[in-house]
Design a protein around this ligand. Structure first.
Ligand code: MG
Length: 255
């Protein structure tokens, strides 16, 4: 069942979005050669808790941390670790959710550490742009397939591939709600978008093939070919004025 939100509920989700996107921004600013992914997680947890919110991911399905931190060929769900030291030239995807006022907000960003290759920078740029292409398609009356199609067209025309095994989702009182929001799809297909729907759009884009593999810890998801992967995500609301980004205080915001 798709749960549509009232304007009041969307306002509450904006508050959760403020906390989760500011935590993400802060985490990104901490990235430098030598930091561990456990230290990044700690920054996220402290920020969220000190703002009266709860980290959405901590304990979710047994996940042991407040942020997913996924380096290089890790696509998503990287478990923060004291043993995972970030190096110059790495790309670091951080996924953060905050629960405040009865609602979750979920967002992710992939950051460069120090100087990264041109190839890596182009992947980050294309993945980020594809997120905004997907958001642009999220209008009242459009379909979920229009969002996926916009993301897919943007990245595949640049030679990248779209992860199939993991998708975006509705977000609200639950971290994951209906509908599923794939990053691939066909125009005019899928659930019709209506006023008050709140969804997380989150392209996971690979430099090589789209196939991924979940490691023995049951979380860490890597590219099968070992090549780089990037991940950007916003939680948005479908409104009469167009898509409204709820997590709009993130890495590139000056709010
Ligand atoms: Mg998500």
């Amino acid at each position: 069942m798709i749960i549509v939100k009232t304007l009041r509920e969307i306002e509450l989700m904006k508050e959760a979005g403020k906390v989760s996107s500011r935590a993400l921004k802060l985490a990104g600013e901490s990235i430098e050669p030598g930091i561990t992914t456990a230290e990044i997680d700690e920054i996220v947890r402290k920020y969220i808790e000190s703002h009266g919110a709860k980290p959405s991911f901590l304990g979710y399905g047994g996940f042991p941390a407040s942020a997913c931190v996924s380096v290089n060929n890790v696509v998503i769900h990287g478990i923060p670790s004291k043993k995972c030291v970030v190096k110059d030239g790495d790309i670091v995807s951080i996924d953060v959710g905050a629960y405040l006022g009865g609602f979750h907000a979920d967002n992710a960003w992939t950051f460069p550490c120090g100087t990264i290759s041109k190839e890596a920078q182009m992947l980050l740029d294309a993945t980020k742009e594809s997120l905004y292409e997907g958001i642009k398609a999220a209008k009242i009356g459009a379909r979920v397939g229009d969002i996926g199609n916009a993301v897919q067209q943007y990245v595949e025309s640049r030679g990248y591939s779209v992860v199939r095994d993991f998708v975006g989702h509705g977000v609200g009182a639950q971290l994951h709600e209906e509908p599923s929001v794939p990053n691939y799809g066909t125009h005019g297909r899928g659930v019709r978008l209506c006023k008050g729907m709140t969804i997380a759009i989150e392209p996971m884009i690979n430099l090589g093939g789209y196939e991924v593999q979940v490691l023995d810890d049951d979380w860490t998801t890597v590219t099968k070919d070992g090549k780089l992967s990037a991940h950007f995500e916003h939680s948005i609301a479908i409104t009469e004025d167009g898509p409204l980004i709820l997590t709009d205080y993130g890495p590139e915001s000056n709010k």
